[in-house]
Design a protein around this ligand. Structure first.
Ligand SMILES: *Cc1c(COP(=O)(O)O)cnc(C)c1O
Length: 451
């Protein structure tokens, strides 16, 4: 498979380059030359295949020619060590009768080590990077800035992975206790660890600015093999197609009709992966793009104007994105009319999300995290409006475990049961180094602490 920049269809890149550089030299995002399609036999037997078999069939065309089957099988087996169950949740009697059966299904994507769906992409990326760099003398140094959620998934995904060291920069005092432990709770370099956490005296924007400076710093370029692991990397997007395919196959078998996925969205990587899966031929009716009040894409779908804006804070803060990066990928593959046949956009405010948490807990005893609640409220709204072009059953992607955002959820439902992954993280001790937002301090740290 060859890759192109969304900004230039003339120059082709290998998977190796697309994965390890992350961003194209012209600033565009990498996209595959064409979206591959499933072999007919695979498309018809998604139900009977195991998650790992589906993972292999889904990902292999994207790495064809550069990664042998055995390597991909091995990477999938190491990355996808937890389930992604499709769970029926009975819904309100008030919905139209055309939505028969358990009206809402929840695709639980929070059973990984950091209790959020980003584990799928981050773990696949970690093992893929390690394989791509096999046999290289110099270790790969990954540098990431995080506002909270991404850092934990990346640190956990890369922890203990051979030939790679990771430095995570986060804004000191501005992330939750759990998020900090998920980033900074690993053994230090001195203790043989490969993850460093730097608490930067500043904001998330300061962290991001430092990372950008590091990438153009000549001393660092000479001294290290630097790479990034941010969410726009194609290597994080592709593995997300796997759970859509697995869930669509199961739903098709049980419901005898294609399912609609409702995706709580911020940067739109998750939804874009869903669009890829549908284009590959998985039985998917369409998508609901559920956003909080940062509704750039729902607005675009409605009035055809793509207008980015500054993000506004909400209780679903991993979705506080005013300029969704992956729009560039969506627009490179599909025009507005095509997108409108596949996606309905809905924006949900904090009150509506809180109400969904209360309703679903009150009626069914099922806990929604604030992001999943945006998805639930959006799906319900579409049904009640009676405007569902997406006839049939909806599966809401649950992007995080409710205990991960316990402050918000518990203020509505009372105590939320804590899963073992979160308990394990809470038991860790934070080992981070505080640094000023100064490139010379970061430079010295990186050069001294390289593996
Ligand atoms: C990152 C994140 C999202 C948004 O996903 P995108 O792919 O950026 O649209 C939603 N929910 C949670 C919990 C997240 O961490």
């Amino acid at each position: 498979m060859r890759y192109f920049s969304t900004k230039n269809k003339d120059q082709a890149f290998s998977f190796y380059d697309a994965a390890l550089t992350g961003l194209a030299p012209d600033g565009g995002l990498f996209i595959p030359q064409t979206i591959p399609t499933y072999r007919k036999a695979v498309q018809n037997s998604l139900l009977s295949m195991s998650f790992l078999e589906i993972a292999f069939e889904t990902i292999s065309p994207y790495v064809k020619g550069e990664m042998p089957d055995s390597a991909l099988e091995d990477i999938c087996a190491k990355a996808f060590t937890f389930p992604a169950p499709l769970v029926p949740v009975p819904s309100s009697k008030a919905v139209p009768s055309s939505f028969a059966g358990p009206d809402n299904w929840v695709l639980e994507l929070f059973h990984g080590p950091t209790a959020a769906f980003k584990d799928f992409g981050a773990r696949f990326m970690a093992y893929t990077f390690s394989w791509l760099r096999r046999g290289e003398n110099r270790p790969l140094s990954i540098l990431v800035a995080t506002s909270g959620d991404t850092g934990g998934a990346v640190a956990d995904g890369f922890f203990g992975v051979q030939g790679i060291s990771v430095t995570v920069l986060y804004p000191k005092g501005r992330i939750s206790e759990l998020q900090e432990k998920q980033i900074a709770g690993f053994p230090s370099r001195k203790e043989g660890g490969n993850i460093s956490a730097l608490a930067v005296e500043g904001s998330f924007d300061d962290c991001q600015a430092l990372v950008k400076k590091a990438f153009v710093d000549t001393a660092l370029q000479d001294g290290l093999e630097l790479s990034s692991a941010n969410s726009i990397n194609i290597c994080r997007l592709i593995p997300q197609a796997v759970y859509y395919a697995a869930a669509a196959g199961k739903a098709q078998a049980e419901l005898l009709s294609p399912i609609c996925f409702c995706v709580p969205s911020g940067n739109f990587g998750n939804l874009t992966a869903g669009l890829y899966t549908k284009a590959m031929g998985a039985p998917i009716a369409g998508f609901i793009a559920a956003t909080n009040i940062n509704k750039t894409i729902p607005e675009y779908l409605e009035n055809g104007q793509y207008k980015t804006r500054t993000s506004q804070p909400t209780i679903s803060n991993a979705m506080d994105v005013g300029a969704p990066s992956n729009f560039e990928r969506m627009a490179a593959h599909w025009n507005l009319d095509q997108l409108r046949t596949m996606i309905r956009g809905i924006s949900i405010n904090d009150d509506q999300a809180r109400q969904a948490i209360a309703d679903v807990y009150g009626k069914y005893g099922y806990y929604l995290d604030p992001h999943t609640a945006v998805g639930w409220a959006a799906a319900e709204k579409l049904k009640l409006d009676g405007t569902a072009m997406l006839d049939g059953t909806t599966a809401i992607l649950s992007t995080a475990h409710p205990a991960k955002f316990s402050e918000t959820v518990e203020s509505i439902t009372g105590p939320v049961p804590v899963p073992p992954s979160i308990q394990k993280a809470m038991d860790r001790k934070v080992q981070s180094l505080t640094i000023p937002a100064d490139i010379s301090v970061l430079r010295d740290f990186l050069l001294e602490n390289n593996l």
